[in-house]
Design a protein around this ligand. Structure first.
Ligand code: CP
Ligand code: NVA
Length: 323
Protein backbone atom coordinates (compact mmCIF):
# COMPACT_ATOMS: atom_id res chain seq x y z
CA UNK A 1 0.00 0.00 0.00
CA UNK A 2 1.74 3.19 -1.15
CA UNK A 3 -0.74 5.89 -0.23
CA UNK A 4 -4.47 6.29 -0.42
CA UNK A 5 -6.02 7.63 -3.60
CA UNK A 6 -7.17 10.62 -1.55
CA UNK A 7 -3.53 11.49 -0.81
CA UNK A 8 -2.64 11.47 -4.47
CA UNK A 9 -4.99 13.29 -6.76
CA UNK A 10 -3.98 12.77 -10.35
CA UNK A 11 -7.51 12.99 -11.69
CA UNK A 12 -7.88 15.80 -14.23
CA UNK A 13 -4.16 16.61 -14.39
CA UNK A 14 -1.90 16.91 -17.45
CA UNK A 15 1.22 14.81 -18.05
CA UNK A 16 3.59 16.76 -20.25
CA UNK A 17 6.86 16.03 -18.44
CA UNK A 18 7.82 13.35 -15.92
CA UNK A 19 8.41 16.08 -13.32
CA UNK A 20 4.73 17.09 -13.59
CA UNK A 21 4.28 14.18 -11.13
CA UNK A 22 5.83 13.87 -7.68
CA UNK A 23 7.97 10.82 -6.85
CA UNK A 24 5.02 9.51 -4.79
CA UNK A 25 2.68 9.94 -7.76
CA UNK A 26 5.13 8.16 -10.07
CA UNK A 27 5.28 5.31 -7.55
CA UNK A 28 1.50 5.16 -7.53
CA UNK A 29 1.28 4.98 -11.35
CA UNK A 30 3.89 2.19 -11.36
CA UNK A 31 1.92 0.31 -8.71
CA UNK A 32 -1.34 0.67 -10.67
CA UNK A 33 0.47 -0.51 -13.82
CA UNK A 34 1.80 -3.57 -12.05
CA UNK A 35 -1.69 -4.31 -10.67
CA UNK A 36 -3.27 -4.01 -14.13
CA UNK A 37 -0.51 -6.03 -15.79
CA UNK A 38 -1.09 -8.90 -13.42
CA UNK A 39 -4.89 -8.71 -13.53
CA UNK A 40 -7.64 -10.24 -15.58
CA UNK A 41 -8.79 -8.33 -18.64
CA UNK A 42 -12.49 -8.71 -17.86
CA UNK A 43 -12.04 -6.95 -14.49
CA UNK A 44 -10.51 -3.95 -16.23
CA UNK A 45 -13.21 -3.45 -18.84
CA UNK A 46 -15.42 -1.14 -16.78
CA UNK A 47 -12.65 1.18 -15.62
CA UNK A 48 -12.97 3.56 -18.59
CA UNK A 49 -16.28 2.39 -20.07
CA UNK A 50 -17.81 5.03 -22.32
CA UNK A 51 -14.69 7.24 -22.28
CA UNK A 52 -12.99 8.48 -25.43
CA UNK A 53 -9.30 9.26 -25.87
CA UNK A 54 -8.37 11.67 -28.65
CA UNK A 55 -4.94 11.10 -30.17
CA UNK A 56 -3.34 13.87 -32.22
CA UNK A 57 -0.12 12.93 -33.98
CA UNK A 58 2.05 15.34 -35.96
CA UNK A 59 4.75 12.68 -36.39
CA UNK A 60 4.80 8.93 -37.08
CA UNK A 61 4.30 6.41 -34.26
CA UNK A 62 3.91 2.66 -33.87
CA UNK A 63 4.21 1.94 -30.13
CA UNK A 64 2.65 5.08 -28.69
CA UNK A 65 -0.32 5.12 -31.01
CA UNK A 66 -1.11 1.40 -30.85
CA UNK A 67 -0.49 0.99 -27.11
CA UNK A 68 -2.79 3.90 -26.23
CA UNK A 69 -5.49 2.54 -28.53
CA UNK A 70 -5.21 -0.97 -27.09
CA UNK A 71 -5.16 0.49 -23.57
CA UNK A 72 -8.49 2.20 -24.13
CA UNK A 73 -10.00 -0.93 -25.68
CA UNK A 74 -8.88 -3.11 -22.77
CA UNK A 75 -10.29 -0.61 -20.27
CA UNK A 76 -13.68 -0.52 -22.00
CA UNK A 77 -13.24 2.86 -23.70
CA UNK A 78 -12.50 4.03 -27.20
CA UNK A 79 -9.66 5.90 -28.93
CA UNK A 80 -9.65 7.93 -32.13
CA UNK A 81 -6.74 9.45 -34.03
CA UNK A 82 -6.19 12.57 -36.09
CA UNK A 83 -2.90 12.88 -37.92
CA UNK A 84 -1.24 14.33 -40.99
CA UNK A 85 -3.40 16.98 -42.62
CA UNK A 86 -6.07 16.63 -39.91
CA UNK A 87 -3.75 17.75 -37.15
CA UNK A 88 -0.72 20.01 -37.21
CA UNK A 89 -0.62 22.11 -34.05
CA UNK A 90 -1.24 25.74 -34.93
CA UNK A 91 -1.55 25.28 -38.70
CA UNK A 92 -5.35 25.48 -39.24
CA UNK A 93 -6.18 27.17 -35.94
CA UNK A 94 -4.49 28.14 -32.72
CA UNK A 95 -3.49 25.39 -30.28
CA UNK A 96 -5.92 26.99 -27.83
CA UNK A 97 -8.92 26.77 -30.19
CA UNK A 98 -8.12 23.15 -31.11
CA UNK A 99 -7.84 22.27 -27.41
CA UNK A 100 -11.12 23.98 -26.48
CA UNK A 101 -12.98 22.22 -29.29
CA UNK A 102 -11.57 18.77 -28.56
CA UNK A 103 -12.27 19.16 -24.84
CA UNK A 104 -15.98 19.26 -25.79
CA UNK A 105 -15.73 15.86 -27.50
CA UNK A 106 -13.25 13.65 -25.67
CA UNK A 107 -12.26 12.76 -22.09
CA UNK A 108 -8.47 12.97 -22.51
CA UNK A 109 -6.05 13.86 -25.29
CA UNK A 110 -2.65 12.44 -26.27
CA UNK A 111 -0.59 14.79 -28.41
CA UNK A 112 2.60 14.06 -30.35
CA UNK A 113 4.15 17.30 -31.58
CA UNK A 114 7.36 18.74 -32.91
CA UNK A 115 7.92 21.82 -30.72
CA UNK A 116 7.00 21.56 -27.03
CA UNK A 117 5.71 25.12 -26.59
CA UNK A 118 2.49 24.73 -28.65
CA UNK A 119 1.77 21.60 -26.60
CA UNK A 120 2.03 23.67 -23.41
CA UNK A 121 -0.41 26.19 -24.90
CA UNK A 122 -2.73 23.40 -26.01
CA UNK A 123 -2.69 21.83 -22.54
CA UNK A 124 -3.25 25.14 -20.77
CA UNK A 125 -6.43 25.74 -22.80
CA UNK A 126 -7.78 22.15 -22.65
CA UNK A 127 -10.31 21.28 -19.97
CA UNK A 128 -9.53 17.54 -20.08
CA UNK A 129 -6.20 15.85 -19.24
CA UNK A 130 -3.52 16.25 -21.91
CA UNK A 131 -0.76 13.65 -22.21
CA UNK A 132 2.49 14.28 -24.05
CA UNK A 133 2.90 11.43 -26.54
CA UNK A 134 6.39 12.81 -27.44
CA UNK A 135 7.53 16.34 -28.18
CA UNK A 136 10.93 17.65 -29.13
CA UNK A 137 11.88 18.00 -25.46
CA UNK A 138 10.11 15.17 -23.61
CA UNK A 139 8.76 11.63 -23.92
CA UNK A 140 7.34 11.02 -20.43
CA UNK A 141 5.18 7.97 -21.30
CA UNK A 142 8.29 6.16 -22.48
CA UNK A 143 10.03 6.94 -19.18
CA UNK A 144 7.17 5.41 -17.15
CA UNK A 145 7.45 2.16 -19.13
CA UNK A 146 11.23 2.22 -18.68
CA UNK A 147 10.90 2.51 -14.90
CA UNK A 148 8.49 -0.44 -14.82
CA UNK A 149 10.94 -2.50 -16.88
CA UNK A 150 13.92 -1.72 -14.64
CA UNK A 151 11.90 -2.39 -11.48
CA UNK A 152 10.70 -5.74 -12.83
CA UNK A 153 14.30 -6.83 -13.40
CA UNK A 154 15.97 -5.49 -10.26
CA UNK A 155 13.04 -5.43 -7.82
CA UNK A 156 13.97 -1.86 -6.88
CA UNK A 157 14.96 1.47 -8.43
CA UNK A 158 16.75 3.36 -5.66
CA UNK A 159 20.50 2.98 -5.70
CA UNK A 160 20.81 1.72 -9.30
CA UNK A 161 23.04 3.34 -11.93
CA UNK A 162 22.06 4.03 -15.52
CA UNK A 163 24.16 5.26 -18.45
CA UNK A 164 22.62 7.01 -21.45
CA UNK A 165 24.83 7.01 -24.57
CA UNK A 166 24.42 9.12 -27.69
CA UNK A 167 22.20 12.15 -28.23
CA UNK A 168 21.85 13.17 -24.59
CA UNK A 169 19.90 16.30 -25.53
CA UNK A 170 16.92 14.51 -26.97
CA UNK A 171 13.40 13.92 -25.64
CA UNK A 172 13.95 10.33 -24.48
CA UNK A 173 17.17 11.20 -22.64
CA UNK A 174 15.51 14.13 -20.88
CA UNK A 175 12.46 12.22 -19.65
CA UNK A 176 14.49 9.16 -18.71
CA UNK A 177 16.91 11.28 -16.65
CA UNK A 178 14.05 13.03 -14.83
CA UNK A 179 12.33 9.73 -14.10
CA UNK A 180 15.49 7.96 -13.00
CA UNK A 181 16.70 10.72 -10.70
CA UNK A 182 13.25 11.11 -9.09
CA UNK A 183 13.36 7.40 -8.27
CA UNK A 184 16.91 7.37 -6.89
CA UNK A 185 18.70 6.02 -10.01
CA UNK A 186 21.98 7.83 -10.68
CA UNK A 187 22.54 8.82 -14.30
CA UNK A 188 25.71 9.17 -16.39
CA UNK A 189 25.54 10.59 -19.89
CA UNK A 190 28.13 9.52 -22.48
CA UNK A 191 28.09 12.10 -25.28
CA UNK A 192 30.22 14.59 -27.19
CA UNK A 193 30.02 18.28 -26.18
CA UNK A 194 27.68 18.92 -29.15
CA UNK A 195 25.08 16.52 -27.69
CA UNK A 196 25.60 17.18 -23.98
CA UNK A 197 22.56 18.28 -21.97
CA UNK A 198 22.61 21.95 -20.98
CA UNK A 199 24.03 22.91 -17.59
CA UNK A 200 20.54 24.14 -16.66
CA UNK A 201 19.07 20.72 -17.41
CA UNK A 202 21.81 18.91 -15.47
CA UNK A 203 21.16 21.22 -12.49
CA UNK A 204 17.41 20.58 -12.81
CA UNK A 205 17.76 16.78 -12.69
CA UNK A 206 20.36 17.02 -9.93
CA UNK A 207 17.77 18.89 -7.83
CA UNK A 208 15.23 16.14 -8.58
CA UNK A 209 17.68 13.42 -7.53
CA UNK A 210 19.09 15.04 -4.39
CA UNK A 211 16.36 13.91 -1.95
CA UNK A 212 16.81 10.34 -3.24
CA UNK A 213 20.62 10.24 -3.14
CA UNK A 214 20.92 10.15 -6.96
CA UNK A 215 23.60 12.02 -8.90
CA UNK A 216 24.01 13.00 -12.57
CA UNK A 217 27.27 13.41 -14.52
CA UNK A 218 28.11 13.86 -18.20
CA UNK A 219 31.29 12.32 -19.71
CA UNK A 220 32.79 12.58 -23.17
CA UNK A 221 34.14 9.04 -22.75
CA UNK A 222 31.52 6.39 -23.55
CA UNK A 223 33.43 3.76 -21.53
CA UNK A 224 33.68 6.05 -18.51
CA UNK A 225 29.92 6.73 -18.65
CA UNK A 226 29.08 3.03 -18.92
CA UNK A 227 31.54 1.77 -16.30
CA UNK A 228 29.88 -0.59 -13.79
CA UNK A 229 26.33 0.68 -14.50
CA UNK A 230 23.23 -1.49 -14.10
CA UNK A 231 21.51 -0.19 -17.25
CA UNK A 232 22.89 0.98 -20.60
CA UNK A 233 20.36 2.99 -22.61
CA UNK A 234 20.49 4.53 -26.06
CA UNK A 235 18.14 6.01 -28.64
CA UNK A 236 18.36 6.96 -32.31
CA UNK A 237 21.06 9.46 -33.19
CA UNK A 238 18.63 11.60 -35.17
CA UNK A 239 15.17 12.25 -33.82
CA UNK A 240 12.06 12.82 -35.92
CA UNK A 241 12.01 16.34 -37.32
CA UNK A 242 15.80 16.72 -37.08
CA UNK A 243 16.69 14.79 -40.23
CA UNK A 244 18.70 17.75 -41.57
CA UNK A 245 21.22 17.05 -38.75
CA UNK A 246 21.64 13.34 -39.56
CA UNK A 247 25.08 13.56 -41.20
CA UNK A 248 26.51 15.69 -38.39
CA UNK A 249 25.03 13.32 -35.80
CA UNK A 250 26.56 10.18 -37.33
CA UNK A 251 30.00 11.80 -37.34
CA UNK A 252 29.72 13.01 -33.75
CA UNK A 253 27.99 10.00 -32.19
CA UNK A 254 29.79 7.04 -33.76
CA UNK A 255 32.08 6.60 -30.69
CA UNK A 256 28.95 6.27 -28.52
CA UNK A 257 27.49 3.29 -30.37
CA UNK A 258 26.50 0.55 -27.91
CA UNK A 259 28.64 -2.40 -28.95
CA UNK A 260 29.45 -5.64 -27.08
CA UNK A 261 32.79 -4.01 -26.15
CA UNK A 262 31.00 -1.07 -24.55
CA UNK A 263 28.54 -3.38 -22.74
CA UNK A 264 31.60 -5.12 -21.25
CA UNK A 265 32.39 -1.90 -19.36
CA UNK A 266 29.01 -2.09 -17.59
CA UNK A 267 28.19 -4.46 -14.73
CA UNK A 268 27.93 -8.13 -15.75
CA UNK A 269 24.22 -8.12 -14.95
CA UNK A 270 23.59 -4.87 -16.89
CA UNK A 271 20.48 -4.49 -19.01
CA UNK A 272 20.44 -2.94 -22.47
CA UNK A 273 17.49 -0.62 -23.09
CA UNK A 274 16.22 1.32 -26.12
CA UNK A 275 12.86 3.01 -26.62
CA UNK A 276 12.66 1.77 -30.26
CA UNK A 277 12.56 2.20 -33.19
CA UNK A 278 16.25 1.19 -33.37
CA UNK A 279 18.89 1.28 -36.08
CA UNK A 280 21.16 -1.75 -35.84
CA UNK A 281 24.73 -0.89 -36.80
CA UNK A 282 24.27 2.74 -35.78
CA UNK A 283 23.44 3.56 -32.14
CA UNK A 284 23.45 -0.15 -31.20
CA UNK A 285 25.03 -3.35 -32.56
CA UNK A 286 22.69 -6.16 -33.57
CA UNK A 287 24.59 -8.42 -31.13
CA UNK A 288 23.56 -6.14 -28.24
CA UNK A 289 19.94 -5.36 -29.07
CA UNK A 290 19.26 -8.97 -30.06
CA UNK A 291 21.37 -10.37 -27.21
CA UNK A 292 20.60 -11.71 -23.73
CA UNK A 293 20.99 -8.39 -21.91
CA UNK A 294 18.42 -6.62 -24.07
CA UNK A 295 14.98 -5.89 -22.59
CA UNK A 296 13.71 -3.69 -25.42
CA UNK A 297 10.55 -5.71 -26.06
CA UNK A 298 9.64 -5.69 -22.36
CA UNK A 299 9.96 -1.92 -22.53
CA UNK A 300 7.67 -1.83 -25.56
CA UNK A 301 5.11 -4.08 -23.82
CA UNK A 302 5.25 -1.96 -20.68
CA UNK A 303 4.17 1.09 -22.68
CA UNK A 304 0.73 -0.53 -22.67
CA UNK A 305 0.62 -1.18 -18.92
CA UNK A 306 2.10 2.21 -17.99
CA UNK A 307 -0.40 4.06 -20.15
CA UNK A 308 -3.36 2.08 -18.87
CA UNK A 309 -2.32 3.07 -15.35
CA UNK A 310 -1.85 6.68 -16.37
CA UNK A 311 -5.25 6.87 -18.05
CA UNK A 312 -7.01 5.31 -15.07
CA UNK A 313 -5.18 7.70 -12.71
CA UNK A 314 -6.01 10.80 -14.78
CA UNK A 315 -9.62 9.84 -15.46
CA UNK A 316 -10.89 8.12 -12.31
CA UNK A 317 -10.61 8.20 -8.53
CA UNK A 318 -8.90 4.77 -8.67
CA UNK A 319 -11.81 3.16 -6.81
CA UNK A 320 -11.31 -0.57 -6.45
CA UNK A 321 -7.62 -0.45 -7.27
CA UNK A 322 -5.48 -1.52 -4.30
CA UNK A 323 -2.79 1.20 -4.24
N1 CP B 1 9.09 4.49 -28.46
C1 CP B 1 8.13 5.12 -29.15
O1 CP B 1 7.57 6.13 -28.71
O2 CP B 1 7.80 4.54 -30.32
P1 CP B 1 6.83 5.15 -31.45
O3 CP B 1 7.53 6.35 -32.02
O4 CP B 1 6.65 4.04 -32.43
O5 CP B 1 5.54 5.54 -30.79
N1 NVA C 1 14.17 10.47 -29.96
C1 NVA C 1 13.30 9.75 -30.84
C2 NVA C 1 12.35 8.90 -30.08
C3 NVA C 1 11.38 8.11 -30.89
C4 NVA C 1 10.45 7.30 -30.04
C5 NVA C 1 12.54 10.74 -31.72
O1 NVA C 1 12.10 11.77 -31.21
O2 NVA C 1 12.41 10.49 -32.92
Amino acid sequence: MLASAADIALRGRNFLRVSDLSPLEIGMVLAVASHLKGGRGADQLPLLRGRTLGMLFEKPSLRTRVSFEVAMTQLGGHAMIAQGQDFLVGSRETPEDAARVLSRYVDAIVVRTHAHEPLERFAAAATVPVINGLSQTAHPCQALADLITVKERFGTLTGLRLAYLGDARNNVAASLAEAAMMCGISVTFGCPPSHRPSEAFLAHVQRLGKPHGATVRAFTSAVRAARDVDVVYTDVWTSMGEEHLAERNVAALLPYSVTPELMAAAAKHALFMHCLPAHRGEEVSAAVIDGKQSVVFDQAENRLHAQKALLVALLTDLRGIPV
